[in-house]
Design a protein around this ligand. Structure first.
Ligand SMILES: O=P(O)(O)OC[C@H]1O[C@](O)(CO)[C@@H](O)[C@@H]1O
Ligand SMILES: O=C[C@H](O)[C@H](O)COP(=O)(O)O
Length: 956
């Protein structure tokens, strides 16, 4: 702008601009930019051209902030101070600019006794059709800018008009924008007057409120002239009459609006307010830059000069008017002609009502798009400044998927879904209870606000000299802590964090041996407090600790549970050292950034403050102020959701750097339990070693989680080249695992919206729990589980299934049964190996080799899971998700069992009941499932089973 406004002829022709004042019109400038204010250019216009106000809009800020590097230092300074989102950064920059301009214009405000000297700041264009949101934002911005010569710009939509009345009644000066039609203007003037009356009736001063009604001009000609040209090109019968209207309608419309202003001013109603000191709401001519080069470049200034009006002039027009503008009292000239033009437009069917209605809608959309572009540019700058402090997400997508994601992104922008998520609007999903499960959105800020409590606890725990921490929990209560334990390892001088999430007696024993129970801090974690596993694990380790310490070990126990749970009562009754609470508005799989992750993190020496501060950066990246196109959580969610829903790519294959590989298991629960229901969903595939493109079907999306500068698996390049979608999430440092948690939480919520499901419930897991409970109750009553018989036995392997599956599999030997089972696998299916055995390096390796053999032979996705752990994770999707799973459940005779203190059943019985409950639900859901039970040595049995599987796959 400094260059745009010429410096020539100021004294001589500058009088044209200055001359407007003599006609009662105030020239304002439709432009703002930091450097322009800072370098004195704005002041110069005030002093030399008689400039009396400034207006801004989202498009103007987009031009100022969204391009070039001028605002970069300010962005850097702001980010050094606080982890702001793109939206918050923009707002801060805009507020600073508006304040600076208010400072320059303040002398005008004082000299004119509050008539002029205003600077306008527009409410977010996203709120144009949201009355409540608009008034809230108007109040917020008014307070934040805190300048008497500020005007809050509110669009003159029906919703905006309602907000105008409230704002005026509040004492906020308002510039009503996007006015095109006489009717809309009348409504706005009425709202202004009513607002003043409301305020006066409260006995409050109305003399310090100012308002303008921004009537848009050139955009009307743009539309009407376009229609005229279209008709002329078709040799319309009324060609001459149409031609005569070209370039006339906008000005005529404005002149007629001005007549309304004059009439209202004469009214008794207005006079009563004027007597109390009210200022009239002046008409402000906006959109006064000439768009059609065929017209004079000062047309919309010269033709609208009249008393008690404002013209906000864009820079080039300002220059032009200074240079060759002519002054005359044009606004009240030939009013009858204006009325005639309007009548002609009506007669010729130029549909001014339709045009103006469309202009309002288009205007709001255009400002929203400019705002999206602006915030997108700010986000790019933000990411550049944050650099390696932020994880990055990039995607290589085949073109059809890429286009579909771009389409979905547009739709999300248009419908404001990201903002609606943050506004806790359940209509983003199913309009069900989703809004009650969204406290994870702000849990990071919440926990940072209480960080002292965690830090004090960490110090105390450390000073107690524990060698180990053993966390007992399932699913969301254990998988997050497991990621933290495995990602960060043991911190020097701090205890080692172990996690137990199994009822396998051997696994329980292994953990018991790994710790020194007298020097262990036990953390019992359960949101509900009612989950079977943590309760029986607690009973066991309480007894173990009691024995080791020789006294009630409450001091060595900490509970994490939701307030009011049974576990809270137990912990209180048993004198636990501490009880930490979860947030009941956060589900288990979304709880890692709440106390469920933070308490074990703090106790094991992770710097929870730094961890949360880092995580907050990602929370802000996913904020409602970051438009869908640049919002990493939204983009990731749209890619996964659209790939699954539209392209049948519903297997999310997770590949990871070694250092963050445990994130995969946490992601499994998040994705599967959140999305796998009512026959829909994404199936996470974790730890499946990559293969060549030929071994895959077309149902995959690969998510590559990279840590630091770890090189990506070279096989991904081949997959990319073969057209497979690959999303890469790169964490420059391990501490950004918190960012990854939030990123995927947000993305999963987005997937839920795309799939039109409630991502926060888990109906089928509950069903399994009920089935298991029935079996353990039966055991408690009779001392034995209900009898069951295999439908076939082959050596150490016995096969069990429901009637439907049995009928499909036949009663041959192991190989033939397995062959029949895997013959049922088709393209797009996946195979789930569900092993209810100890999860240790050997069994994991066994499961890996079997799943890879299955994948390579059947060209389908495979999952290798351990029970009962997966029941609180992928189990939901296996039962409730798409019916594309083919399951082989593996159970085994336990070498030794472990009793559960105070219960009739043992760990082995619980595990057996869980496997059977799981199978019953799979069968009830009509899934293709087979259970193989190993008797005798587990190691030998597993070998026999894998040999039989390999033979079945070879078709032997
Ligand atoms: O923390 P809780 O209530 O013991 O629940 C453990 C897990 O069980 C589930 O409720 C069902 O599997 C999960 O969502 C949850 O993470
Ligand atoms: O208040 C000012 C308006 O936002 C501006 O004049 C719109 O002008 P345009 O139609 O040239 O975008």
């Amino acid at each position: 702008m400094a260059d745009t406004i010429s410096k020539t002829g100021l004294n001589e022709v500058g009088s044209a601009l200055r001359g407007l004042e003599k006609f009662g019109q105030s020239p304002w400038l439709d432009f703002i930019q930091r450097s322009f204010t800072e370098n004195g250019s704005l002041k110069k216009l005030v002093e030399e051209d008689g400039l009396r106000g400034v207006t801004s809009n989202p498009a103007i800020f987009e031009k100022a902030i969204g391009h070039g590097t001028e605002y970069d230092p300010a962005i850097r300074t702001l980010l050094d101070r606080e982890p702001l989102s793109a939206g918050a950064l923009y707002e801060q920059l805009a507020i600073d600019d508006i304040r600076a301009a208010c400072g320059v214009l303040r002398p005008v405000f004082d000299e004119t006794k509050g008539l002029d000297g205003y600077v306008s700041l527009e409410v977010s264009p996203y709120l144009a059709f949201d009355a409540k949101g608009t008034i809230a934002e108007a109040r917020r911005l008014w307070k934040a800018v805190e300048r008497q010569n500020l005007m809050i710009k509110i669009p003159g939509t029906p919703e905006g008009t309602g907000a105008v009345r409230e704002a005026i009644a509040d004492g906020i000066s308002v510039n009503v924008t996007l006015l095109f039609s006489l009717d809309a203007y009348k409504g706005v003037l009425e709202a202004y007057i009513s607002g003043l009356e409301d305020r006066a009736s409260k006995g409050e001063d109305i003399s310090r409120i100012s308002s303008v009604a921004s009537f848009f001009v050139s955009r009307i000609d743009g539309k009407i002239d376009g229609e005229i040209d279209r008709r002329l090109s078709e040799n319309h019968a009324d060609s001459a009459a149409l031609k005569a209207l070209r370039g006339k309608v906008a000005i005529a419309n404005a002149k007629v609006a001005y007549q309304h202003y004059l009439e209202v001013k004469k009214s008794a109603r207005w006079q009563a307010l004027a007597a109390k000191g009210a200022n009239p709401q002046r008409l402000l001519w906006a959109s006064t830059g000439t768009k059609d080069k065929a017209y004079s470049d000062v047309l919309y200034v010269e033709e609208l000069i009249g008393p008690e009006t404002v013209n906000t002039i864009p820079p080039a027009t300002f220059d032009a008017f200074r240079d060759h503008g002519k002054l005359r009292a044009s606004l009240e000239e030939n009013v009858e002609d204006a009325v005639h033009v309007m009548a002609e437009a009506k007669r010729l069917g130029l549909d001014l009502d339709g045009v103006t209605a469309k202009l309002v809608k288009d205007g709001c959309e255009a400002f929203s798009e400019s705002f999206d572009t602006l915030l997108g540019a700010v986000e790019a700058k933000r990411e550049a400044v944050l650099g390696k402090r932020l994880l990055s997400v990039s995607a290589d997508l085949p073109s059809d998927l890429k286009d579909a994601v771009a389409g979905a992104t547009k739709e999300w922008s248009r419908s404001g879904k990201v903002r609606r998520i943050w506004a806790r609007d359940a209509s983003v999903w199913t309009n069900g209870p989703e809004a009650d499960w969204l406290a994870w959105l702000t849990i990071v800020q919440d926990r940072l606000a209480h960080i002292d409590e965690l830090e004090v606890f960490a110090r105390e725990a450390r000073s107690r000299g524990y060698s180990d921490i053993l966390l007992l929990g399932m699913g969301g209560s254990s998988l997050g802590p497991e990621v933290l334990a495995e990602t960060f390892g043991k911190a020097a001088g701090w205890p080692t964090l172990h996690v137990l999430d199994s009822t396998d007696p051997q696994q329980v024993k292994t953990l018991e041996k790994a710790i020194d129970p007298a020097k262990t801090l036990f953390i019992v974690a359960s949101k509900s407090g009612g989950t079977l596993e943590p309760n029986i694990m607690f009973a066991h380790f309480w007894a173990v600790a009691e024995k080791a310490l020789g006294k009630a070990p409450g001091e060595n126990f900490v509970a994490i549970t939701d307030p009011g749970s049974n576990m809270q009562k137990v912990a209180e009754g048993k004198g636990f050292w501490r009880i930490f609470y979860g947030n009941p508005k956060i589900g288990g799989r979304y709880s890692v950034l709440s106390n469920f992750g933070l308490v074990p993190a703090a106790a094991s020496g992770i710097d929870v403050r730094a961890f949360l501060q880092s995580t907050l950066l990602m929370v802000e990246s996913c904020d409602g102020g970051a438009p869908a196109a640049v919002n990493p959580g939204t983009q990731l969610g749209l890619i996964l959701g659209v790939a699954g829903k539209t392209f049948g790519r519903d297997k999310v294959t997770i590949v990871a750097s070694k250092g963050i590989a445990s994130l995969g298991a946490w992601l499994e629960q998040l994705i599967a339990e959140s999305t796998g229901k009512i026959g829909k969903g994404l199936i996470p595939i974790d730890e499946e070693t990559l293969g060549a493109p030929e071994v895959y079907g077309k149902d995959r999306v690969f998510v590559d989680l990279r840590l630091g500068s770890d090189a990506a698996d070279s096989r991904l390049a081949a997959l990319r080249a073969a057209g497979a979608p690959v999303v890469t999430v790169t964490l420059p440092e391990a501490i950004q695992i918190g960012q990854a948690f939030f990123l995927f939480e947000f993305a999963t919520a987005v997937v839920g919206s795309v799939l039109e499901i409630d991502p926060f419930d888990q109906p089928d897991v509950e069903f399994s729990k009920v089935e298991t409970r029935k079996l353990t109750d039966a055991y408690a009553e009779s001392g034995t589980l209900p009898p069951e018989a295999p439908f076939a036995t082959d050596g150490a392997l016995s096969f069990y299934a429901d009637a439907k599956n049995t009928a499909a599999l036949g009663k041959g030997d192991a190989v033939s049964i397995l062959k029949a089972h895997f013959d049922r696998v088709g393209p797009g299916d996946y195979v789930g190996l569900l092993a209810y055995i100890e999860r240790d390096p050997q069994t994991r390796e066994w499961a890996q080799s079997v799943r890879l053999a299955l994948r390579d032979a059947l060209h389908v996705a495979t999952a290798a899971q351990f029970g009962p752990r997966f029941l609180h994770s992928t189990g939901q999707a296996y039962k409730g998700g798409p019916d594309s799973g083919v399951f082989l459940q593996v159970t085994a005779q336990d070498a030794a069992d472990v009793p559960v203190p105070g219960a009739a059943y043992s760990f082995g019985v619980v595990k057996a009941a869980q496997a059977r409950g799981d199978f019953e639900v799979l069968a009830a859901r009509g899934r293709r499932a087979l259970r193989v039970h190993i008797t005798g040595s587990l190691q030998d049995g597993l070998k026999t089973l894998s040999d039989a599987i390999l033979a079945a796959l070879k078709g032997e």
